[in-house]
Design a protein around this ligand. Structure first.
Ligand code: GLN
Length: 192
């Protein structure tokens, strides 16, 4: 049973724990380095990326997170979590840092005010049939490096990407009970 931590200093932690548990993972919240050390993989939830990164630094998790990702730990970031996994940001808050790991430039709040939040069915590489996409003040990946695979697009922009053991979606697969993106993440761990 894979041990999957969910970064739990801020964000929609409960929904991710529920999705992972229902798929048979041993899922638990991560708030300190000792908990991070137990993880085979980590989920970075939706929430507010500026708050999440500040709290990570305050709770001495930022460097351990960077280290684990550098060492090849699997991670799945959703929405704010996608922002945290980006090597580069556009429309970042002043001085906003990331954990990094995925060679991409992510624009925060990219879909703009008019369509602040929306839902739409998405085709995702590796998932059979359309996936419900719930976008809430979502980012997109504006540019991706050659090692990054774009798994889904919405309105012409990359909203699901994968680079090795790192997976990120601009939408929130934890809120709709679909489970297939979490499955994709867990399947990736099994074959790693
Ligand atoms: N706009 C948020 C941020 O920049 C992300 C929104 C979300 O996770 N739903 O962190």
């Amino acid at each position: 049973m894979p041990r999957i931590g969910v970064f739990a200093l801020q964000g929609d932690v409960r929904e991710h724990l529920a999705a992972l548990t229902s798929l048979g993972a041993d899922a638990f919240p991560v708030r300190r380095p000792t908990e991070l050390a137990q993880c085979d993989g980590l989920v970075l939830p939706g929430g507010e990326s500026t708050t999440m990164i500040k709290l990570a630094a305050t709770f001495d998790l930022l460097e351990p997170l960077r280290e684990r990702v550098r060492d090849g730990m699997a991670a799945f970031g959703t929405c704010a979590g996608m922002i945290l996994l980006a090597d580069r940001l556009l429309d970042a808050a002043e001085g906003q840092q990331t954990i990094g790991g995925i060679d991409m430039t992510v624009r925060r709040n990219a879909f703009g005010r008019q369509v602040d939040s929306f839902e739409g069915a998405l085709d995702v590489v590796g998932v059979a049939g359309p996936v419900p996409g719930v976008f809430i003040r979502a980012p997109w990946a504006e540019e991706v490096g050659p090692g990054v695979e774009v798994l889904a697009e919405a309105r012409g922009h990359a909203v699901a990407v994968r680079q090795g053991p790192l997976l990120a979606t601009a939408f929130h697969p934890e809120v709709d009970g679909d489970g297939r993106l979490h499955r994709l993440f867990l399947d990736g761990l099994a074959t790693a």
